[in-house]
Design a protein around this ligand. Structure first.
Ligand code: ADP
Length: 178
């Protein structure tokens, strides 16, 4: 599914984010930038050791923030490592921290002057954030950002790893834009 807002394409697709050819792909990282399972493991496996080398130099990244490294062997030129919150009950600043992880990534992309960025569904795997609530935060943050930064990004894509996640994100995008 795809919509165009303020000249920017917002696109949803089901697949493996490591294969994306956007300028940047975003990793759902942990605050130690230590690698791990899920999309983090997949990105480091596909991108090779250059990414972890830079992560070690950076040292860490607080929850709700994002840092950038090379894309190594990936098609993407850069990886943004965004640290979403571990979901407890929704009453521990999780919504604000998730929004901030997305917003920080978008800001880094614009600072770098690139046109396209792809996100996974941050925090909704091992970190347990309910997908429906997370999709509302993810998509409304992106829609707000492209509205406030017209002409800066051509393409913001979400690469969802399962049919159910794709369905949830599609419903949310429709309800936020109709
Ligand atoms: P977190 O710790 O932030 O919850 P996870 O990696 O556990 O991060 O999960 C985030 C989302 O990424 C989940 O929906 C998971 O299914 C998905 N995911 C896992 N591997 C990939 C991949 N290769 N491409 C895109 N999404 C992926």
């Amino acid at each position: 599914m795809e919509i165009i807002i303020e000249g920017a394409t917002i696109s949803l697709l089901k697949g493996d984010i490591t294969l994306e050819e956007t300028d940047i792909i975003v990793n759902a990282a942990n605050s130690r930038l230590a690698g791990g399972g899920g999309v983090d493991g997949a990105i480091h496996r596909a991108g090779g050791p250059a990414i972890m080398e830079e992560c070690r130099k950076i040292g860490g990244c607080p929850t709700g923030s994002a840092v950038m490294t090379t894309g190594g062997k990936l098609s993407a030129r850069f990886v943004i490592h965004a640290v979403g919150p571990i979901y407890k009950d929704g009453l521990h600043n999780e919504p604000m921290l998730l929004e901030s992880a997305y917003r920080g990534s978008l800001k880094l992309a614009v600072q770098k002057g690139v046109g396209s960025i792809a996100f996974p569904s941050i925090s909704t795997g091992a970190y347990g954030y309910p997908v429906d609530a997370a999709s509302k935060i993810a998509l409304s943050t992106v829609l707000d950002f492209v509205g406030d930064n017209k002409g800066s990004l051509d393409l913001v894509r979400f690469v969802l790893f399962s049919d159910p996640d794709y369905g949830v994100y599609s419903r949310t995008l429709r309800s936020l834009t109709e």
